[in-house]
Design a protein around this ligand. Structure first.
Ligand code: GTQ
Length: 336
């Protein structure tokens, strides 16, 4: 038998045939730049509502699949993104999982998510966290459909074979804390004297848009824009000053009218959700126009620039915080 066949039968493979794919000269993501126009995909969210109820689906989500990674439920190799739609009167039943989730509210208002015994109402632009292993259910008592972007780290959890999940015994978990309790404890630059940090995830599980929008506005009037990001702020955990989530870096940024950012690339592939304004993004050799509620993805190590025709506000998330913890994050500011 030839060497390679004999070795193969022993579950042995030669490194020299795969080395440069395993250890490339620079990141070679299979992910492609991509853009989802909300006007184009909203009809599919509505049609999904005719096909299946939230209860039957458990979560009625249309996954934003990267065109370079079809069939894998990935927007980048490490990140999940989906648009979840919940109709008036529906409840997405309580469950919990090791994967952490973020919600970024895209359309509608007056639906809630309940996390670890506390409800929070959600408005467009709010950034809401479901920490690892916390019970969560979502409900929509409002008269309109509600849509939000789900960002999850389950692909990272899965590659580490560390995933568990559980359904709650009943549709909804009991509410044990008043609405706003977490914000009062951790969102006012105050902490209870005997506060004990229980996880690395921020105890603040709703970062309301009206607050972040106001902060961006004031920031833009009190300092010069960064050439690569204009005015960009990271969501932080007020208990330790670290990232709001231990596995996902989350940010909100304002690109003022007529501003074009200087090319930037990093090893953290990033998902963007447009809140306000119009403009365009050039990602590698592709260019997309964007407007509110659109989504786009910038893969690892692909340079991109943002241009705003009107003041643009963008939410984004990436796996940067994981890479920083592993000491492997790299960025390049400029045209290189
Ligand atoms: O809302 O709990 O998009 O568990 C994917 C998995 C949403 C959720 C998703 C989930 C959820």
């Amino acid at each position: 038998m030839p060497f390679y066949d004999k070795a193969n039968a022993q579950n042995l493979a030669p490194l020299w045939r795969v080395l440069h794919g395993l250890v490339p000269d620079q990141p070679k993501p299979n992910a492609l730049p991509a853009h989802w126009s909300y006007a184009a995909i909203r009809p599919y969210l509505m049609e999904a509502c005719d096909i299946i109820s939230t209860e039957e689906a458990e979560r009625r989500v249309m996954i934003l699949e990267n065109p370079g990674l079809r069939g894998q439920s990935r927007i980048t190799p490490s990140l999940f993104a989906g648009l979840q739609i919940i109709l008036p009167g529906e409840i997405a039943p309580a469950h919990r999982h090791v994967a952490s989730a973020l919600r970024f509210i895209v359309e509608g208002s007056g639906a809630y998510t309940a996390v670890a015994g506390e409800k929070t109402m959600m408005e467009p632009g709010d950034f809401v966290i479901t920490p690892s292993w916390t019970w969560h259910d979502h409900g929509n008592p409002s008269p309109n459909p509600m849509v939000w972007l789900d960002g999850l780290d389950m692909h990272v959890v899965n590659i580490l074979s560390a995933s568990f999940r559980e359904s709650y015994d009943g549709k909804e978990q009991p509410i044990t804390r008043e609405q706003g309790a977490s914000f009062a404890e951790a969102g006012c630059n105050l902490l209870p004297e005997d506060y004990k940090q229980e996880s690395l995830t921020s105890p603040l599980f709703n970062y309301p848009y009206r607050i972040s929008r106001d902060a961006l506005d004031r920031m833009s009037r009190s300092r010069d824009p960064d050439r690569h990001h204009a005015f960009k702020m990271l969501y932080i955990n007020p208990v330790n000053g670290g990232p709001a989530m231990p596995t996902l870096t989350t940010a909100i940024q304002l690109v003022p009218k007529s501003f074009t950012t200087t090319p930037y690339k990093s090893t953290a592939g990033t998902v963007f959700s447009v809140v306000e304004g119009k403009g365009s993004v050039v990602i590698g050799d592709m260019r997309f126009e964007f407007e509110p509620r659109d989504h786009f993805v910038v893969p690892s190590w692909v340079p991109f620039t943002l241009s705003a025709d009107q003041d643009a506000v963008l939410f984004s998330y990436s796996d940067r915080v994981i890479q920083e913890k592993l000491d492997i994050f790299r960025e390049m500011r400029g045209n290189a």
